[in-house]
Design a protein around this ligand. Structure first.
Ligand code: PLP
Length: 373
């Protein structure tokens, strides 16, 4: 299916060959131990114990791997995948470069754990400038970055990293593999949260890593097996079921984000609008060249915390929630979680509601909430 369109690839991703009497997507296999062959033991069949082996998980990994264009390993959450990557690749004395403006628990992990282990941590804003990468072991970027939505030219940074002997990992959470394929752009690794748009129903946590390097995959698989950061079979199955509609969900989310961005751009009571799909956005030149579609997430500032509260309270179709990429439109005032955004900064994640309904509701809620005090 690799020669076909996004919708076709999503519907078929990771499914077994059709077999009469069998479902399209086999149901979750619940097992801690499996029956073993009494003579040959675990060498006789693929499944021996649930931590290293689960057939439901393997089908999901095949599906995400097809979409990313590499081999995939799923983890219990995005954070489990990211920390698994960092702890597998980095050793005391190594240097890692992390984004200043990315997912903030990654910075917290660097301060609380990596620095304690003797890993040198350097920071660079997503848009750059990046430090000289000589002596750096790993560069981790997020593009578009959550929550500020800046982007970085992955191919150019991969070139710079490889010239210096560093690995490049790209957090693909916001874009999803339909938005961009970092491995095609030269990244060594993709890491992502599947909790967000990838699965999109706000009902599970998931993370994954993808790569074309057998050596890296072996090390990451070994790490996962020894630390046990696996998703359960039911979550893996739910995630796989949700992947079939990824193309449809993203299409509506992107259309909704475009309409909401156009609406917000025309208002004087909204500042700091960011959406990489707007030609006026500073991220647009790189995003439009590098990405195949734009995310359903945008960010802006409503001036102060109380106005954000009034706006969400007045809206019928926007609910207050963290996370993003789901079916329902959500707004998150990031500062309430202790990250370093301004008090009125909002990350808005457009759901799959009708575009006209959503735009009208957001316009009315902005009017009703009045300007910031
Ligand atoms: C949410 C998120 C994560 C962490 O994923 P979880 O599934 O919540 O652990 C990592 N990176 C980015 C960009 C995210 O948005």
């Amino acid at each position: 299916m690799s020669d076909m369109g996004d919708g076709t690839r999503c519907v078929h991703a990771g499914l077994p060959e059709p077999e009469p009497g069998q479902p399209f997507l086999p149901g979750p296999v619940f097992a801690a131990p499996y029956h073993l062959d009494p003579f040959q033991g675990p060498s006789a069949a693929p499944n021996g114990y649930g931590r290293p082996d689960n057939p439901t998980r393997r089908l999901l990994e095949a599906a995400i791997g097809e979409l990313e264009g590499g081999d995939c390993r799923v983890f219990a959450s995005g954070q489990a995948a990211i920390t698994g990557l960092l702890l597998t690749v980095l050793r005391p004395g190594d240097t890692v470069v992390l984004p200043t403006d990315g997912y903030f628990p990654v910075r917290a992990f660097a301060t609380d754990v990596l620095a304690e282990l003797g890993v040198r941590v350097r920071y660079a804003p997503t848009v750059g400038p990046y430090p000289a990468l000589d002596g750096v072991r790993l560069v981790l970027v997020e593009t578009p970055a959550n929550p500020g939505l800046d982007v970085v030219d992955v191919a150019a940074l991969a070139h710079q990293a490889h010239a210096a002997g560093a690995l490049l990992a790209v957090d693909n959470t916001t874009a999803t593999p339909l938005g961009q394929r970092p491995l095609d752009l030269g990244a060594d690794l993709v890491v992502a949260s599947g909790t967000k748009a990838l699965t999109g129903h706000s009902d599970l946590l998931l993370g994954y890593l993808a790569s074309r390097s057998a050596k890296l995959l072996d090390a990451l698989t070994g790490w996962r097996n020894l630390t046990g950061a696996i998703p359960g079979p039911f979550d893996a199955w739910l995630a796989h079921r949700s992947l079939a509609t990824l193309d449809l969900r993203l299409a509506r989310q992107t259309a909704n984000a475009a309409a909401v961005a156009a609406l917000l751009a025309g208002r004087t009571d909204v500042t700091g609008l960011r959406w990489p799909g707007r030609p006026e956005d500073p991220a647009y030149p790189v995003a439009s060249a590098q990405m195949r579609r734009m995310p359903g997430v945008l960010s802006f500032d409503l001036g102060d915390a109380d106005r954000v509260g009034r706006f969400v309270d007045a809206a019928r179709l926007v609910v207050a929630a963290t996370s993003f990429g789901g079916l329902h439109t959500t707004a998150d005032r990031r500062a309430q979680w202790g990250d370093d955004t301004a008090p009125g900064f909002v990350r808005l994640s457009c759901g799959v509601e009708d575009t006209a309904d959503l735009a009208a509701d957001i316009a009315a809620a902005l009017d009703a909430s009045g300007p910031a005090d």
